[in-house]
Design a protein around this ligand. Structure first.
Ligand code: BGC
Length: 781
């Protein structure tokens, strides 16, 4: 081989260590590398386009976690692999296994739980499912990315013990149990060292100690320093734009700053990734809509029920709430996909043949939604001639990092969204646009706006995920179609990171807020049962920022209180990905959490309300009465540093230590039957538990096992989840499950190692953290 060949080979190796664009690695024929595409994750597979390429949309990870069911989550993974293959995606950027350190965390809904074991075991199942379909994962974000404020730059100060026992643990479980082919490094630093450059945690803990043999990819735009990242263990810097890998990495090798073997090893890992994901897709086919519906029902968590559920007979239902028609099926940010469809509560209950009347009552947000009309997207060059025209089912575009095929960012001048709207009602309609930059909005050729919309915030994420809305009122006549058009001068698309996002907004005429509330109260009073759907909005739960309050936005609390006063048979359905305060919780007949339920949420809700399915969920996180009671209420870095000063006391162990009772305990949730716990025996690291269904219906119970030191130790949690299993039985039947309790359950991290802590312990087995029914003493040696 000549020196020239060596040089070319170095360039080729460096080239596959960064993106060709936003989502893919370039092919390198000399290395036998065909290139590959990555995509978010975790509830579907978005593909290389943010909008316009539908994917199955499953319930969000907090919902998945509420099932506590590893085999169901594994099936979800297998379905996602099928979706990935359909879109020629070989790496799914998921699962997210950061912890729910505080309910204020903006991506709380995208993580599984406040408990590291529950997170780790469910994530391992998800990974087994995805990789069983020969699609890789990137378990993310390694590590301590449990907040959004200043996430790109903040450094987390955390003790070695908390890191090991909490934040690293889910990653460790997944690596040891499921052998993931990829890990994504976090944006933040840990104890002063950026995670994309963290030699001790990536090369040391992840690779050497745990034996991880996959590739490590940066979070998007999260790698900065060529040499530090290369030596710190990062294999691939994404995306291709503004990347420190590729040519700069080859240059660093030539300058002697990075040993050539380091690049060889990275390239070898990427070639391994290609080999692992090149095996053919499995023959089994999964029905996406059916799985989405099943998981959604299984995740629904019933926190209160005076017997109103399941609904008996054929009641007249007053279905109430803006979210009952415009349900929020997923959280915001990179976890968004364009859903195949979104079945609302109204759609689902109606399709189930229930007798439903609807009243809006109150909305979670004043913001308008994109017009529900199909649109043409027309891309034009400066002289007005058309570059490309595509049809879309929704009136919104978000092109991030790359534009649809055939649209050259250099030539692009204007993008037009055009749709035909047929008003359902005569009166003042609201029409508008969402986005920043130069826009023109017209209705049947008449200009409503022609100007420049300035960004409201300096944060680039805010303009991507949460852009300003510019809205106008216009009288329209029922049944008379109008052509509505938003034209956007798209100069920004030509920057180093092409970005173009805007929407066409529409709202039918609507009474004022007081009248809406009064109408809902009337409807509730006249019905047999009121079903009120309340929850959060896009402004509340999204990647890119943290929450500032746990209150339901708008007048939704008032709505529930007034409806409950008007009808004692009020069922409240909470459509939120993470905890909200529910001041009326003791005044309602039933309280059901649907989480962000995915595309089939409305059908699943009907299944649960009618009793066609049991609400199977148990809380994977503690739900507080008020924010102020939560153990961690500050997620804002100071001078660039976020202190995890609470150490290992996060989630329910912290609640228990403080002696504060939450609104709803970790692990709680009701089914439609009752259970007795008959026996729990411990032999050789396995607890064998027998439970009996004492009710009148078949049911499913999540058997939960918590460990306590028999002699309380202030340095350790009073109770810690050490295992769980799903039991199913018919009425009157008993069933037995086994729950392994490994040695690690008794160990704590001290002085650089896991230490066993021999001594007497108690295993508490039961229905939730505090509703345990059996106690088994264990002597750990
Ligand atoms: C998110 C990642 C995501 C990536 C690509 C980042 O902003 O933190 O979770 O995979 O973008 O969309």
């Amino acid at each position: 081989m000549t020196a020239q060949d060596d040089e070319a080979l170095l360039d080729a190796k460096a080239s596959i260590l960064t993106g060709a664009d936003m989502w893919s690695l370039p092919a390198a024929p000399d290395l036998g590398f065909p290139g590959l595409t990555m995509s978010d994750g975790p509830i579907g597979v978005r593909g290389v386009r943010w909008t316009g390429d539908p994917s199955v949309a499953l319930p969000s990870p907090t919902a998945l976690a509420a099932t506590w069911d590893v085999s169901l989550v594994q099936r979800v993974g297998a379905l996602l692999a099928q979706e990935a293959r359909r879109k020629d995606v070989r790496v799914l950027l998921a699962p997210t296994v950061n912890l729910q350190r505080s309910p204020l965390g903006g991506r709380h809904f995208e993580c599984f739980s406040e408990d590291p074991l529950l997170t780790g075991l469910l994530a391992a199942a998800y990974v087994r499912g995805v990789q069983g379909g020969n699609v890789a994962v990137t378990v993310k974000h390694f590590v301590a990315n449990d907040f959004e404020t200043e996430r790109m730059t903040a450094s987390v100060t955390v003790s070695e013990r908390a890191l090991r026992e909490l934040y690293l643990l889910p990653f460790e479980i997944v690596v040891r149990e499921a052998g993931p082919w990829g890990i994504m490094s976090a944006y933040n630093a840990v104890n002063g060292v950026r995670m994309s450059e963290n030699d001790a945690l990536i090369n040391g803990v992840l690779r050497e100690e745990w034996g991880f043999d996959g590739f490590v990819v940066s979070d998007w735009f999260g790698a900065h320093d060529t040499v530090a990242a290369a030596l710190g263990g990062l294999d691939v810097a994404m995306p291709g734009m503004l990347s420190p890998f590729g040519p700069p990495l080859a240059a660093a090798v030539r300058e002697g700053k990075v040993p050539p073997e380091v690049v060889d090893a990275k390239a070898a890992r990427v070639l391994d990734l290609a080999r692992r994901t090149s095996a053919p897709a499995p023959a089994t086919r999964y029905d996406g809509a059916a799985i989405a519906r099943e998981v959604s029902a299984r995740a629904m968590t019933l926190l209160r029920n005076d017997g109103v559920l399941p609904l008996a007979g054929a009641p007249r239902i007053a279905l109430i709430g803006g979210l009952a028609k415009e349900s929020r099926i997923m959280g915001g940010g990179s976890a968004q996909v364009t859903p195949e469809r979104a079945v609302s509560a109204f759609d689902g209950l109606t399709a189930a043949g229930l007798d439903v009347g609807y009243a809006r009552g109150a909305d979670p947000s004043e913001r308008l939604l994109p017009a529900t009309v199909p649109v043409s997207v027309i891309a034009k060059v400066a002289d007005g001639s058309v570059l490309a025209e595509l049809d879309q089912p929704e009136a919104v575009i978000q092109w991030v990092g790359q534009l649809p095929e055939g649209i050259d960012p250099g030539a692009l001048d204007t993008v037009v969204l055009r749709g035909t709207l047929t008003p359902g009602e005569s009166g003042e309609h609201l029409l508008g646009l969402e986005g920043t930059g130069p826009f023109r909005l017209t209705v049947d050729g008449e200009t409503l706006f022609d100007g420049v919309v300035a960004p409201e915030s300096a944060d680039p994420f805010a303009s991507v995920f949460f852009p300003p809305q510019t809205v106008f009122a216009r009288a329209l006549e029922a049944g008379r179609p109008v052509t509505v058009e938003v034209a956007h001068r798209a100069g920004a698309a030509a920057g180093p990171v092409p970005f173009l996002g805007f929407a066409l907004l529409h709202r039918e005429p609507r009474p004022d807020a007081d009248s809406l509330l009064a109408e809902a109260v009337r409807a509730a009073a006249e019905a047999d049962v009121a079903v009120v759907v309340v929850g959060t909005s896009k402004e509340v739960e999204s990647e890119g920022f943290d929450r500032t309050s746990l209150r339901l936005p708008g007048r939704q609390d008032e709505l529930v209180a007034r409806v409950a006063a008007a009808n004692p048979r009020t069922v409240v359905v909470v459509n939120a990905g993470s905890p909200v305060e529910m001041p009326w919780r003791d005044e309602v007949a039933a309280l059901l959490l649907t989480w962000f339920p995915g595309q089939e949420g409305g059908h699943a809700l009907a299944d649960v309300l009618t009793g066609a399915a049991e609400p199977g969920g148990r809380l994977p996180t503690t739900w507080p009465t008020v924010l102020e009671d939560c153990p961690v209420v500050d997620v804002t870095p100071k001078d660039g540093v976020l202190e995890y000063g609470e150490g290992i006391f996060v989630g329910y162990p912290a609640w228990q230590r403080a002696g504060t009772a939450p609104a709803f305990e970790f692990g709680s949730g009701l089914g439609y039957t009752t259970w007795s716990y008959e026996s729990a025996e411990h032999t050789e690291g396995v607890l064998t538990v027998t439970v009996r269904n004492t009710g009148a219906r078949p049911g499913r119970e999540v058997v939960q096992v918590y460990l306590s030191p028999a002699v309380p130790d202030p340095e350790r949690p009073a109770r810690r989840l050490v295992g769980f299993a799903v039991a199913e039985a018919g009425p009157g039947e008993s069933t037995t499950v086994t729950v392994p309790v490994p040695d690690r359950a008794y160990a704590t991290w001290h002085d650089g190692a896991w230490r066993p802590n021999p001594g007497p312990y108690l295993l508490h087995t039961g229905h939730s953290l505090t509703d345990t029914r059996l106690t088994t003493p264990v002597e750990h040696t």
